[in-house]
Ligand binder design. Sequence first.
Ligand code: COA
Length: 267
Amino acid sequence: MMVRLRRVTAADVGSARAAAALDDVFREYLVPISFDGPAYALHVAANDVDLAASPIWYDGDEVVAAAVLGVRGRRGWIGGFGVAPAHRRRGLGHALLADVLERAWSLGLVSVTLEVLAENSAARRLYEAAGFTPVRRLIAFGVDATGLQGRAGAPYAEAGPLLGAPEQTGPCWQREAASLRRQPSLHAVGDARAFCIFRHDGRRAQLLNVRADSAEQFAGLAASVVAQTGVVRVELFNEPATSATAAAARTLGWKPLHELDEMRLTR
Ligand SMILES: CC(C)(COP(=O)(O)OP(=O)(O)OC[C@H]1O[C@@H](n2cnc3c(N)ncnc32)[C@H](O)[C@@H]1OP(=O)(O)O)[C@@H](O)C(=O)NCCC(=O)NCCS
């Protein structure tokens, strides 16, 4: 197939087309991912996405490849990366990564991180070929809320002041305080010593920052989230596998949904 690449950035095409491009390159992904307009806007705003450094490649009007680069100070983060199914396995993944890294280094960044699903061997291979190395394992947990009822006790709290509280374990990019501060509606239970910051859509709550000293305390916080929101499911994404929170989740029998590796390349 003859491809004449037109290389632009997300800043050139506007958010609707940039979101659609991400949907196109994440087709047939191991986990369904879809960026509607609001989800893309939140992704960009919360995660400091630099639209002018996020490449999109087209062949005519057809999306061939797209990547998203977030920038915080001199650190970078790849928050979306893919090649459309019809164009895979021809070296474009390697070329797209080289493009993103060139943009990152030309911005003066000193490191770039990303998260990759443990079973995504294609993506892993190309990140490793560029020199990325695994930093730590992350786990995504999900649990049915019915198992959490009956232990509630932590009071409702203001999320804002808790965002400055020290993290137990350094969070991944999307759960750093910089990301959480830009979430439109954050909630919290607990107090400065033991708390849980979360968001929810009425059905599912996503725990975004947890500080708990024991599995029992963690269970109480999660139960308070359920009691106060009426959600049917509670999720905890990209939790460092060695954190106290991950240990508590395991102790309580929470099921891992996915395992990921956080990888980093330092210039
Ligand atoms: C991962 C992805 C970007 C690779 O793109 P690609 O254009 O096919 O990659 P390339 O052709 O440059 O090949 C990259 C490497 O992966 C290998 N590879 C590609 N697809 C593979 C597959 N399905 N199984 C095993 N290896 C595969 C290639 O052999 C190559 O390794 P090599 O250089 O050692 O030979 C593409 O499959 C994709 O977009 N997948 C869906 C989205 C995704 O997973 N994004 C990454 C999120 S972290």
